[in-house]
Design a protein around this ligand. Structure first.
Ligand code: SAH
Length: 215
């Protein structure tokens, strides 16, 4: 696939839109300006990559809306060198944004088809440093814990205890949570002695955080 002048123009427009919607972190805006988001969609849908909407990918899943990726990243308040766990690799775009910001990224996907396709794509795009894992995100990745931050990109009906235990004290988990179609974007801070602080950042819609794997 090619990254043309026109694609770059569309990216600039998207960045302006994200700024207007309240994304202030310059590094995040730069990531959206630099990463060719159309590589993460099938070629026939390239132009959809630069509209601020979610879009279908393989296995009935979605690539999250650009604004949602930007806000989740902003809420994580990442620092270069942070050890980050993402649940729900999907297209791989969110993982690339975190890697672009200098984080060490581990990302788990439960759909085998997406895991394979996206692992290959990330290597081809020069994001081979991202560690892709196939498995059930409810289990987390204890081998690589503790994490400074955990980001869940599927809607959870329960708060995953195991993931919380893999977060370092002082770390954040950003997770869309709720029953039904709409979830609340929560940022949960882990304090000393397993205390937590929950902050609510409003309504979002995600595909469900499901248990088990899909071969
Ligand atoms: N971060 C992705 C968003 C993909 S949508 C992106 O940038 O494109 C959410 C993804 O979470 C889907 O691919 C879905 O298969 C995955 N998912 C849902 N439940 C999961 C689980 N238990 N473990 C790992 N991945 C899961």
């Amino acid at each position: 696939m090619l990254d043309t002048h026109r694609h770059r123009g569309l990216r600039h427009r998207l960045v302006t839109e994200l700024e207007k919607k309240g994304i202030k972190d310059h590094r995040i805006l730069e990531a959206f300006r630099d990463i060719p988001r159309h590589y993460f969609l099938d070629v026939a849908f390239a132009d959809w990559a630069y509209k601020d909407v979610a879009f279908p990918i393989d296995a009935d899943q979605t690539i999250s809306q650009p604004y949602t990726v930007a806000i989740q990243t902003q809420l994580l308040d990442v620092k270069p060198g942070d050890n980050i766990l993402e649940i729900g690799t999907g297209s791989g775009f969110q993982a690339c944004v975190l890697s672009y910001l200098g984080c060490k990224v581990y990302t788990i996907e439960r759909q085998k088809v997406l895991f394979e396709k996206t692992s290959n794509l990330l290597k081809r795009l020069g994001f081979g440093k991202i560690r892709t894992l196939f498995g059930d995100g409810y289990e987390g990745a204890p081998r690589f814990a503790p994490f400074d931050k955990i980001i869940v990109t599927a809607g959870a009906t329960e708060l995953p205890e195991k993931l919380f235990s893999q977060l370092r004290v002082g770390g954040y988990m950003v997770i869309p949570h709720g029953e039904g179609e709409v979830q609340k974007m929560l940022r949960i801070t882990k304090g000393e002695g397993n205390t937590i602080i929950k902050e609510d950042f409003g309504d979002f819609r995600f595909v469900p955080f499901l248990k088990g794997i899909q071969l």
